[in-house]
Design a protein around this ligand. Structure first.
Ligand code: ASP
Ligand code: MG
Length: 441
């Protein structure tokens, strides 16, 4: 079996949904994982915000607007379908979901209600798509992710549960080839409706692929794969043909928006190739992510903004052991992950992107020495396949960046990543310089 996941913009208009219905119709046995139609999850977040503020009128207005958007969508999606019952049935399904959302506005708002509301987008999109396939005579089965997607008590996907229950659901339909299911949504360890966080549909696709040992996992968006640089910031970027899981994970984590960072691991664990493909150009090669990278050298640049650098300088660090452990323990106590780290004999610099506990962290670090904090920093990471014997990688990067002030450098942590920390105001200049100097673009 294969997995094909389509994001919100790929479903964003009735025409695009129709073209996806064509694209998937090749007879291969598969699970189609869908996001919510673009904009829907944001509107659901707004509804929750309104309910949180006890602004029931605003919440109802947003729900009404969403309903009329969907009515138009369905009207045009089924405009060429001669049998009217498919459209009528779809209207009824959507109305029921929206009535559900509206009924929550009468209740006391809670995190449980919030998560239930956020789940409606994917339930709606999969129902509409399933109805449309039916109207075209395609025999799809609509799965409910809430029957098998589950997180455990630490909030991590419960892979054993997912595997057993998804295989059970599929085993009910041995003769069917086309399964539709929601991305993003799941149940938590208490059995309540929950989700895999924003952008989590990619993660769902990867978990589902791992659970059924899929032949491959295809993530369809509207760009022809992962690019060597951020196309929103730099002109002249180009798609990357292939990447290893490790390279892709670094890129996704450090800012390549095309793929949810957590979605690499389940595929990597089961060694299932992941394809990033373009719905607007389905014949384009896209990006293949697999175990071993076939090519050496530079692959791509990604940048992550909103970084804070913290430097701890201490005479006590000199020749001492245990100092770093003391420093790291502070971050651990405040549940704050560290991204980059560089050390000298008397100082250590680390970066974080989660600053909720910055004040407490700095206060405790001051017990060890002087502390300096720099905000508005950006990590620029140059990902590639750099073996230790490979020469000239660092010099090429730093020659390209010779006009950019650099605050930190990290090289050698893995064979796949050279990272530098710069001021965010220098980000565009840095990405442009690397595109020219490293990729000759
Ligand atoms: N619909 C969810 C979101 O907008 C999940 C996803 O699209 O991946 O974040
Ligand atoms: Mg996405």
């Amino acid at each position: 079996m294969i997995i094909q996941k389509f994001g919100g913009t790929s479903l964003g208009t009735p025409e695009r949904m129709q073209s996806i219905a064509q694209l998937i119709a090749d007879g291969e046995r598969k699970v189609i994982v869908l996001s919510a139609v673009s904009g829907t999850t944001n509107t659901l977040v707004q509804i929750c915000t309104a309910l949180h503020k006890r602004d029931e009128d605003e919440a109802l207005l947003l729900a009404d607007n969403l309903e009329s958007l969907y009515k138009q969508f369905i009207e045009s999606l089924f405009s060429k379908v001669s049998e009217p019952s498919f459209k009528e049935e779809t209207f009824e399904i959507i109305e029921a979901y929206l009535n559900g959302i509206r009924s929550y506005s009468k209740k006391l708002f809670s995190p449980f209600i919030e998560r239930s509301i956020l789940a409606q987008g994917e339930l709606i999109s999969t129902n509409i798509f399933h109805q449309y396939l039916k109207s075209e005579g395609k025999k799809s089965v609509l799965l409910n992710a809430l029957d098998f997607m589950r997180t455990d008590s630490s909030g991590e996907p419960d892979q054993k549960f997912i595997e057993e229950n998804l295989q059970f659901e599929l085993s009910k339909h041995p003769k069917k080839n086309l399964f539709i299911c929601q991305g993003y949504i799941c149940r938590n360890a208490f059995g309540e409706i929950d989700n895999l966080k924003r952008g989590g549909s990619d993660y769902s696709a990867s978990l589902i692929g791992a659970a059924i040992h899929a032949k491959n996992i295809q993530i369809w968006t509207d760009i022809d794969g992962m690019h060597n640089n951020d196309p929103r910031v730099v002109d002249n970027t180009q798609p990357i043909k292939e990447l290893s899981f490790k390279e892709a994970a670094e890129l996704a984590y450090f800012g390549a928006k095309i793929l949810h960072p957590a979605s690499i691991r389940p595929a990597e664990e089961k060694n299932i190739p992941v394809w990033l493909k373009n719905t607007l150009d389905s014949n384009a090669h896209g990006t293949l992510i697999h175990a071993e990278s076939l090519t050496k050298g530079f692959k791509a640049v990604a940048a992550k903004e909103g970084i804070t650098a913290i430097k701890i300088r201490s005479g006590r660090m000199l020749m001492a052991y245990g100092f770093l452990r003391n420093v790291f323990e502070v971050f651990e106590r405040f549940k704050t992950p560290i991204d980059m780290i560089t050390t000298s004999e008397v100082a250590v610099s680390v970066t974080i992107d989660e600053v909720t506990n910055l004040e407490g962290i700095v206060k405790e670090l001051k017990n060890f020495g002087s502390v300096e904090v720099d905000q508005d920093q950006t990590i620029v990471c140059v990902v590639g396949n750099y073996s230790a014997e490979g020469m000239g990688y660092a010099s090429k990067i730093f020659t390209a960046l010779d006009k950019i002030p650099i605050r930190m450098i990290s090289y050698g942590g893995s064979n796949h990543n050279v990272s530098v920390l710069i001021k965010t105001e220098q980000k565009k200049a840095a990405l442009t310089a690397l595109n020219k100097g490293v990729f000759n673009l």
